[in-house]
Design a protein around this ligand. Structure first.
Ligand code: P1T
Length: 401
């Protein structure tokens, strides 16, 4: 494998700016060249400079993949055309009869690909409340091949203790028997590697929707997989790299270039998202028209202590319930001026969404009710505008309810 990156050389903000952006050997350009060529000249069949065809490998994509691997303290990175493209690639490791234990609160599209695209191939998905690792432990059996976690979850901001999962005895035993399986897969989209590094906490695979914080400017749809550094996972990397090419959900070179550009400010942006979200969450908690505020940075969050332990910040995502009806929630969301009503998250601009009809519309209502994802829940992606302006906007919106 050729992708080794010295992740310990520099600290996060330096790696974010420099890994994959080393000065171009031919021209000295300090910004990664945008390499649009779909095919590469071969001196003789198979004799080339490392690239043959751009689906199989592209220099701009390779630069992004090295950067992402470094940020997650992994060894291998793989970039995709969307977060779901990355998730799909990981699921290709499974066979009929395999079982996946997943958090019961996941991005709606993740649950949708499990139930609508993979169950029909005889792969079994069981959903557990992963805030208590015992629920995972109880489901582990010989057919278990993956533990699929989001922490914090989308949209309820619930956490899973990743170290505790990696230390589950029955999981460790099974892993040593089954060549590293079950793999612990963590969707780290909400925290970004700036605030949480699942591979350092015992996860085997990290997936991202790079559409969100990693790119950060709401102008690229992308995804990524990053893997840990051990002999067993090197085989997993080979398989995933094979599927990346064989299936072909690769990002365009321009999207890779834009994402690398976005990453240069990831550290700054995440700091500001975090500061703003903390202020907004505290403000919302003190407002009489707001019933519930889910934000891991609040002392009232049931897993605040775990959040402090396994993350280095609390991120920019908040979900709330107003003390009112569905109509009140819709009225509030539609009347905001700075928080645009829309899907997605993690951009510099603030967004508000209504999960039940938007991002989680594909999740059956009975399941939503079971996990507490009510019809009145709203999700805020707090941007990096001035926090006072954001709070004023929320105030005028609440005044209308
Ligand atoms: O949209 P895409 O880049 O394919 O990523 C899918 C995805 C994966 N994982 C998580 C945690 C996500 O939140 C998403 C996408 N989420 C939204 C579009 C959203 O508004 O929640």
């Amino acid at each position: 494998m050729t992708q080794d990156t010295n992740t310990t050389l520099w600290k996060f903000a330096t790696n974010a700016i420099h890994i994959g952006s080393e000065a171009d050997k031919e021209t000295g350009a300090v910004i990664t060249p945008l390499n649009l060529s779909t095919t590469y000249w071969q001196e003789a069949p198979g004799k080339n400079k490392g690239y043959e065809y751009s689906r199989s490998g592209n220099p701009t994509r390779a630069a992004l993949e090295r950067n992402l691997a470094a940020l997650e303290h992994g060894r291998f990175g793989l970039a995709f055309a969307s977060g779901l493209g990355a998730i799909d690639c990981v699921l290709r490791l499974l066979k009929p009869g395999d079982k996946v234990i997943a958090s019961d609160d996941l991005y709606g599209g993740s649950r949708r690909i499990f139930t609508k695209a993979y169950e029909k191939y005889g792969i079994k998905f069981v959903y557990v409340d992963a805030t208590d690792v015992k629920n995972i432990e109880n489901e582990v059996d010989d057919s278990t091949k993956m533990i699929w976690l989001e922490t914090p979850t989308n949209p309820l901001l619930r956490l899973t203790d990743l170290k505790a999962v990696a230390q589950l005895n029955n999981l460790i035993e099974l892993k040593s028997k089954n060549s590293g399986y079950p793999l612990i897969v963590v969707d780290n989209t909400f925290m970004s590697p700036y605030f949480q590094k699942p591979l350092l906490l015992g996860a085997d695979i990290v997936v991202h929707s790079t559409t969100k914080y990693i790119n950060g400017h709401s102008d690229v749809v992308g995804g990524a997989i990053v893997l840990n550094d051990n002999d067993k996972n090197e085989n997993v990397y080979k398989e995933l790299k094979f599927f990346q090419n064989a299936i072909g959900a690769v990002p365009s070179p321009f999207d890779c270039w834009l994402t690398l550009r976005g990453i240069k400010t990831l550290a700054l942006r995440m700091e500001q998202h975090n500061k703003n979200a903390q202020k907004v969450a505290e403000y919302l908690s003190s407002h009489k028209k707001v019933k519930t505020v889910n934000y891991p940075g609040l002392k009232s969050h049931p897993q605040h202590e775990l959040a402090k332990k396994q993350m280095t910040g609390f991120g920019g995502m908040i979900s709330i319930e107003l003390d009112g009806s569905f109509e009140d929630a819709v009225k509030f969301a539609s009347n905001l001026k700075l928080f645009a009503l829309g899907e997605s998250l993690g951009g510099v601009e603030s967004l508000i969404g209504h999960p039940a009809t938007m991002t989680h519309a594909s999740v059956p209502r009975e399941h939503r009710m079971k996990i507490g994802l009510s019809d009145t829940l709203l999700r805020l992606s707090v941007g990096i505008e001035d926090a006072d302006d954001l709070m004023k906007d929320i105030e005028q919106g609440l005044d209308k309810v």
